[in-house]
Design a protein around this ligand. Structure first.
Ligand code: GAR
Length: 203
């Protein structure tokens, strides 16, 4: 890659607990060779931005409200990522569908975490609590989380990097399941990001 440090930009929309796992992983050495250069949010005022500020990480907000035109919004996202010399994009709870131009610009260098065992319960409409609700309604014995490359072909498609499995318990609610899946997410998002960082550094 011609450089020693991989610049990661993390894209968020809400609570940012996966972002926090990455911040912690960068601090304790599990993300050796990388640093979080930017946290880019699709919404202002979210806790993820506060977590970034507390960790001293630069932030940017590119919202639909400020950028109603999709092409212009994609341009603003690309400019923010380029401004921090982004090598790797990690979508960690990013709840907006990313324009194909952005996906194409970071092909092989953009990953996403999804709170289900893809290809199950992925795609348009499956996000946040809705995923866990669908898993319970289907009577699944287990669920989990997936980190995958973003290929931009459709929502939640792309080569799988890592999955974490979580058994469904009697009496689980969407909220209780979400909490246990999140624990698995926090583990695999750091492991998967570290694996991609190593891959980029070996290029
Ligand atoms: C996580 O469960 C993540 O997998 C999910 O949103 C949550 C964000 O939590 N992402 C999606 O549903 C994307 N399709 P966090 O903000 O606390 O990391």
């Amino acid at each position: 890659m011609g450089q020693r440090t991989v610049n990661i930009s993390v894209m968020v929309s809400g609570g940012g607990s996966n972002l926090q796992a990455l911040i912690d992983g960068a601090a304790d050495g599990r993300l050796a060779g990388a640093r979080i250069a930017l946290v880019l949010s699709s919404r202002d005022g979210v806790r993820a931005l506060e977590r970034a500020r507390l960790a001293g990480i630069p932030t940017a907000v590119v919202s639909k409200a400020d950028h109603p035109d999709e092409t212009e919004k994609a341009g603003a996202i690309l400019a923010a990522l380029a401004g921090k010399k982004t090598d790797l994009v990690v979508m960690a709870g990013y709840m907006s569908i990313l324009d194909k131009r952005v996906c194409a610009a970071y092909a092989g260098r953009m990953i996403n975490i999804h709170p289900a065992l893809l290809p199950k319960y992925g795609g348009v409409g499956y996000y946040g609590l809705r995923v866990h609700q669908a898993v319970l309604e289907a009577g699944e014995p287990e669920t989990g989380a997936t980190v995958h490359y973003v290929d931009g072909k459709s929502v939640d498609s792309g080569e799988i990097i890592l999955q974490g499995r979580v058994p469904v318990a009697d009496g689980d609610t969407p909220e209780s399941l979400q909490a246990r899946v999140l624990e698995a997410e926090h583990r695999i998002i750091v492991e998967a990001t570290a694996a991609v960082v190593r891959k980029l550094l070996s290029r």
